[in-house]
Design a protein around this ligand. Structure first.
Ligand SMILES: [Zn+2]
Length: 218
């Protein structure tokens, strides 16, 4: 098996990581990698009738069941659903989480979306990306010595928004689940690049390796 790596996924709501990457996460766990999901908001506005506190508690319980079934860690931050802003406080929290997890790979949404929470989660990750290695910021969590690789979740936004161009595909069908899939760290750095995720998505098939990840089946 390739050397185990540490992966952290951010979603705006308690279910976003699951919608976008639960299959990938399951395969990563199966392959021996350490995976953590983070919901940046507590999801307390996503229902027609349930009241916010009750809803947040229910959704938190659901995240912990997801954690149990997938074998991932799962944190839910306490920003209210529908009210997330790209504040310094939130940025520092994202930096702290990436550092504490000692992440090799960070996954999250693009900062294009109809929903402001999704958009600002993408922006917060983007803003945190360079700073995770800067030691004088967020001193309670030791700065990373090596930049993680940042990749975007696939999304369906088209039209005037620049469409997502997926360059890295993870096959999560049954055969693939049975196959041994390994993700190998190749030491690609984000420093000096145009921005997190951009390079990963735009380097084309040959760039997938250059972007730091090689997928080997069987
Ligand atoms: Zn969402």
């Amino acid at each position: 098996m390739a050397e185990p790596i540490r992966v952290i996924l951010f979603g705006a709501h308690p279910d976003d990581c699951e919608y976008r990457a639960a299959g990938t996460a399951a395969l990563m766990v199966e392959a021996g990698h350490a995976v953590k999901f983070v919901s940046v908001t507590n999801g307390n506005a996503g229902h027609h009738r349930m009241q916010p506190r009750e809803l947040a508690a229910r959704r938190y319980a659901e995240t912990q069941e997801v954690a149990r079934r997938l074998g991932v860690a799962y944190d839910v931050l306490d920003y209210p659903d529908g009210q997330l802003l790209p504040t310094l406080e939130a940025r520092y929290e994202i930096i702290r989480l990436i550092r504490e997890w000692k992440a090799d790979l960070v996954m999250g949404p693009r900062a294009n979306d109809y929903h402001p929470d999704h958009r600002y989660t993408g922006l917060l990750i983007q803003d945190a990306a360079f700073l995770v290695t800067v030691p004088l910021l967020v001193r309670e969590a030791e700065a990373l010595r090596k930049d993680p690789v940042f990749v975007y979740f696939e999304d369906e936004f088209r039209g005037r928004i620049r469409p997502a161009e997926s360059r890295l595909f993870v096959d999560i069908d049954e055969d693939a689940r049975r196959a041994k899939i390994e993700f190998r760290w190749c030491g690609w750095r984000t420093s000096g690049s145009a921005g997190p995720g951009v390079e990963c998505n735009e380097r084309g098939p040959a760039g997938v390796g250059a972007a730091g990840w090689r997928r080997a089946r069987r």
